[in-house]
Design a binder for this molecule. Structure first.
Ligand code: PMP
Length: 403
């Protein structure tokens, strides 16, 4: 409707308007039950069937193999920072009970503030294990403290038999993302990992989930994402967990592993179909509506194409601005995110003029994260190509005006 602006915010972020309208009627009456979706029992046959259909949509659209479970959790990416450490250390303990805890390692690839936060949580929960920083992208930047690139493969140092290998596929704050092209130097270095065993590979896909296919999905132990960027409202976290990582954490605790809080253990969620407790019913509902809409549009293939064009248009205009000395991209070429594009507006008061001009055209949510500053354009699935064109047109006008 006409009173809605274009929301380029980083999350929670835009949702498709037709989905919101449908969700409004579902709030009053879910599937002709006469009960609203926020009021109905999660154990009702209607909701159980709905949850099963959401799971099956994710499985089909993302091509998730039968080796992997799809879980509907709460607590956001932040709870997963803890959950992945506790569950994977428990798994390692059960696999190798005789290794001293001091000899267990957790490998972290640090490419931005979210993987940095995840590694800090691993240090808190390590219980004697060593957190090995496989690479820290900041050490490669010109000033030694900026997350402005994806490291080249020859800079990673993985340990021999880590309990987990962690990376964040898309860094929402700095706007760096691994390339999905295996040949690219900025792809994730799968080539450095063993091919003959079940990899303990854990990926945070919070801000790129369902925006394009996931490279080597089947080789991952755990992939997780909060719903609140590409899929639905906050409150739902989706985890894709390989069968061998669904471990009996109580058996591991008996051997000395850290006890795992029940809400963070994956096994009860598998055993009870994501319902050991009340799930985030409304967020799951809206996510299901978004997935049905995705399917009609052509699924991930559609989004990969549209999102590819959207980001290219924005990077192109930022480059034009850079050539004229008006804009400065934050990220090195080849490392830029499709979802979050970060740049500076150069000159006294220029950023303020940029944001005010944008605001006047109904282009909102463009102010960069407080830790990085500048401008951040988030181009999640619900942002259309036409909306992206409006922003690009504005940036082009702004550059002409400033010059
Ligand atoms: N990882 C990434 C990549 C994120 O963007 C965010 C949140 N923006 C988080 C983790 C933390 O997620 P949450 O706020 O859902 O805990």
């Amino acid at each position: 409707s006409s009173d809605r602006v274009i929301n380029f915010g980083a999350g929670p972020s835009a949702l498709p308007e037709d989905v919101l309208l449908e969700a409004g009627s579902g709030l009053l009456n879910f599937q002709n039950t006469g009960i609203g979706i926020a009021e109905i029992s999660h154990r009702s046959k209607e909701f159980s069937a709905y949850l099963a259909s959401v799971e099956s949509e994710i499985r089909q659209q993302l091509d998730v193999p039968p080796t992997h479970h799809i879980l509907f959790l709460q607590g956001g990416g932040t709870a997963q920072f803890s959950a992945v450490v506790l569950n994977m250390l428990a798994r390692h303990k059960l696999l190798h009970p005789d290794i001293p805890d001091a000899d267990r390692t957790l490998d972290y690839v640090i490419t931005g503030s979210w993987s940095k936060a995840a590694a800090a949580e691993a240090v808190r929960l390590a219980n004697g294990a060593t957190v090995n920083i496989a690479v820290d992208a900041r050490t490669l930047s010109a000033d030694g403290k900026s997350f402005d690139r994806i490291p080249p493969h020859n800079t990673y140092k993985f340990s021999a038999d880590p309990a987990l290998i962690y990376y964040c596929e898309n860094e929402t704050v700095s706007g760096t993302q691994f390339s999905s092209d295996a040949q690219s130097p900025t792809s994730f270095p799968f080539d450095l990992l063993p091919t003959n065993k079940l990899l303990p590979l854990v990926a945070d896909y919070s801000s790129s989930f369902m925006s394009r296919p996931i490279p080597r999905l089947a080789d991952h132990a755990i992939i997780y994402a909060g719903a609140q960027k590409n899929l639905g409202p906050a409150g739902l976290t989706i985890a894709i967990v390989r069968q061998d990582c669904i471990v009996d954490v109580d058996a591991a605790a008996k051997l000395g592993a850290t006890p795992v809080p029940i809400g963070l253990a994956y096994k009860p969620f598998v055993d009870q179909k994501s319902m050991p407790n009340t799930p985030s019913v409304f967020a799951i509902y809206v996510t299901g509506l978004v997935l049905q809409r995705n399917k009609k549009l052509g699924g991930l293939k559609y989004y990969e194409e549209v999102n590819g064009r959207k980001q290219q248009k924005v990077y192109t205009v930022v480059q034009e601005g850079a050539e004229k000395g008006i804009l400065r991209p934050f990220v090195q070429p080849g490392s830029g995110s499709w979802m979050n594009i970060v740049f500076e507006v150069i000159g006294e008061g220029a950023e303020k003029r940029f944001l005010e001009g944008a605001e006047a055209r109904g282009l909102k949510g463009l102010k960069g994260h407080r830790s990085v500053g500048g401008i951040r354009v988030s181009l999640y699935n619900a942002i259309t190509e036409e909306q992206t064109d409006k922003l690009v047109e504005y940036i082009r006008e702004f550059i002409a005006q400033e010059k």
